[in-house]
Ligand binder design. Structure first.
Ligand code: ASP
Ligand code: MG
Length: 424
């Protein structure tokens, strides 16, 4: 017997038939004798619709401020999950399963006060554990919790993944199954490289990189949480027949296991290739090369909530002037340029240049820690295809390369094959 948290995303609960199908997945695990808690998202498209209602409320004539109260935003957008948790409980009950819905405030899932992007502080898992012991399935509304002001708080878009992992940690589940519309995590985006393979296992740290670099399978925060609490997390499909052979396998269900690196016996050097579109590059030319320039540049950008990613600083020839290049999301370029121009005196540069529409392609793998030459083969392969590299950053387990947008797909395919990821 095991304790399993099952999470179903928006496309998995998009209509009543799919909710019925989800109930069959839950029934399979209950019938096998496991203790089960379920976390649901809103029906797909629902949260967008709710957000749209909040944002499009007509305003008083003359006011064009896009203002709304974050607590009321939460009250509205959290409702999507309330609906699906109730509907799934009804579907389970109709199959003879003892089930009960739970809203975030009922457990409670306690969050901080950052309405609209709240972080989970604490979950009281006692009720869920007791109910599971009595053979009841708790169906928990994802994406929402209770703030210190005693009001509903939502966790940011995609937050029901985080709800699921947090609940799995709170009830000490053996496994957290994230059911979605893809059947696992792939070596790269299969829409770009049809030879992409589904990974059997991926380490938490690698998944963190994949998720934050644009592989949109899981909310990044849910992976952080899984890593901290060592929650074995499966990504698997809800669209397969719930009763197909192997679906109820306790150790090796179909899907990708995100787990501690110690659990991965045959570690490949490179695990996957991720990419992030819509990057922009900004260069400040002929800066004074003195202590404090970096702070003068990146301090005001941070205050303006602009996320700076890759940073490249040149060494000056004569110790007096240098160049600094960095990337920001394309959507933030105008704002960043404004901030930098406003601070021109303080920073002290000659010229500012920018370019949008760039793509960051990243090679990820914890095996890199113990292998030399991984970066060199990437550079060689891209050069052979005539792809120019604009900036490079590396970490222990990642190499990121900035290139021109139109080369993104070629670069992804080239790197995917250079590390043999298309061969199983
Ligand atoms: N329904 C929420 C959203 O669309 C939360 C989630 O699906 O994870 O962002
Ligand atoms: Mg999601």
């Amino acid at each position: 017997m095991a304790r399993i948290v099952m999470k179903f995303g928006g496309t998995s609960v998009a209509d009543l038939n799919r909710i019925h199908n989800v109930a069959r997945h839950v029934k399979r695990e209950v019938d096998a004798g496991h203790e089960v808690a379920v976390v649901v998202s809103a029906m797909s498209g629902k949260t967008n619709e709710l957000v749209g209602w909040v944002e499009n409320m007509p305003k008083v004539a003359g006011s064009n401020a896009p203002f709304y109260d974050a607590r009321e935003y939460d009250a509205v957008v959290a409702s999507g999950e309330q609906v699906t948790s109730g509907l799934l409980a009804i579907a389970l009950q109709s199959m003879g399963i003892n089930a009960r819905s739970w809203q975030g405030w009922q457990l409670p899932i306690k969050t901080d006060n950052a309405h609209g992007a709240a972080r989970i502080l604490e979950i009281d898992g006692a009720d869920v554990i007791r109910r599971m012991g009595e053979g009841q399935v708790a169906v928990v509304a994802g994406f929402q919790g209770l703030g210190p002001d005693n009001r509903l708080a939502t966790l940011g878009r995609g937050g029901s993944d985080t709800s699921a992992v947090a609940i799995a940690a709170a009830v000490k589940a053996d496994r957290c199954d994230i059911y979605t519309d893809v059947d696992g995590v792939y070596t790269t985006d299969p829409r770009i490289e049809p030879k992409a393979r589904r990974l059997k296992k991926i380490a938490f740290e690698e998944m963190l990189e994949m998720a934050s670099l644009g592989a949109k399978v899981l909310q990044v925060r849910s992976v952080e949480l899984a890593m901290v609490h060592k929650v074995r997390t499966f990504v698997r499909s809800s669209f397969e027949d719930p009763d197909a052979p192997g679906m109820g396998d306790l150790m090796n269900p179909p899907g990708t296991l995100i787990c501690d690196e110690d659990e991965i016996v045959e570690q490949e050097v490179v695990t996957g290739i991720a990419y992030a579109k819509d990057e922009a590059q900004i260069s400040l030319r002929r800066l004074a090369d003195r202590p404090g320039v970096s702070a003068a540049i990146f301090g005001p950008l941070a205050e303006a909530h602009i996320n700076v990613d890759m940073i490249v600083q040149n060494i000056s020839e004569d110790g007096s002037k240098t160049d600094m290049t960095f990337t920001v999301p394309s959507g933030d370029v105008d704002k960043a340029l404004r901030v930098l121009r406003d601070n021109k005196e303080k920073i002290g540069y000659d010229v500012i240049q920018s370019e949008s529409g760039l793509v960051k392609v990243s090679v990820i793998g914890i095996g890199m820690r113990s292998h030399a030459g991984v970066a060199a083969s990437a550079f060689r392969a891209l050069a052979d295809k005539g792809i120019n590299i604009k900036a490079i950053t590396t970490s222990e387990i990642k190499i990121s390369i900035l290139i021109d947008g139109p080369y993104a797909e070629l670069a992804v395919r080239t790197l995917h094959s250079v590390y043999g990821l298309d061969k199983s």
